[in-house]
Design a protein. Structure first.
Length: 109
């Protein structure tokens, strides 16, 4: 199993969620996060001068899927979250050694 973590633009959450459901990925965890990457934030000009907001709001989605689904999940997230602009996000893939269902104690490797 693998955990796919995607940091995307917050306004793209609905599209990504719908696209993942279309490929039968229903379980996910969603976080509201702040961060920065190559975008380096936004610069505004105000009466008092210029100021920069460098920690932008983003959305982090985590899904755990079988190894065979990883590439499909990555492609789905990329296609549904892409705007073509700097700041579209990043995807990380990590191994999951096992998962345990709390309700039943059932273990999956």
């Amino acid at each position: 199993m693998m955990k796919v973590e995607a940091i995307i633009r917050s306004e793209k959450l609905g599209a990504v969620k719908s696209a993942l459901e279309a490929i039968k990925v229903h379980g996910m965890t969603v976080f509201e996060v702040k961060g920065r990457g190559e975008q380096k934030g936004l610069e505004f000009t105000h009466r008092a001068g210029k100021f920069r907001i460098d920690m932008l709001p983003k959305t982090k989605i985590e899904v755990v899927v079988k190894d065979s689904m990883v590439n499909s999940v990555i492609d789905t997230i990329c296609n549904s979250a892409r705007t073509g602009e700097v700041g579209d996000g990043k995807i990380f893939v990590l191994p999951v050694l096992k998962s345990i269902r709390v309700r039943t104690g059932e273990e999956e490797k």
